[in-house]
Design a protein around this ligand. Sequence first.
Ligand code: SF4
Length: 152
Amino acid sequence: MGLLEKTRLKSPWLLHYDGSSCNGCDIEVLACLTPMYDVERFGIINTGNPKHADILLITGSVNHRSARVVKNLYEQMPEPKVVVAVGVCAATGGVYHNCYNILGGIDKVIPVDVYVPGCAARPEAIIDGVVEGLNVLWEKWKRRPWYGIGYN
Ligand code: SF4
């Protein structure tokens, strides 16, 4: 493993976006950053810049207005990248799935790598989802054309 992969896997930066949630899952995401769960001790940083992010953490479903923003954020993130859908709304549309303006889960707009269950998703489950996302990120790294070049 090269230095670049090591730094991204050991200290992944997250971008948190609320597609159209009730804010229940967002509160649980924020709980992960508090001293109680303190994900920063694992090197995980919550960034506001998609160009710095390795993992897109999305809560809530997508609607006609947020779909364009979700796609835009995803496209700005550097490859390889991982999407973690937090809660049943992000997975399927959840309690909003029959609403007039809802398209459904996040995978209606961008590819999702990890689904975190729950309504709301528990902080422990969100942290597990991010750790699973790191495994996916590592697998994606290994599929990059330049993987292994110059590492000795
Ligand atoms: S899964 Fe539940 S808590 Fe999370 S955004 Fe949907 S309704 Fe709210």
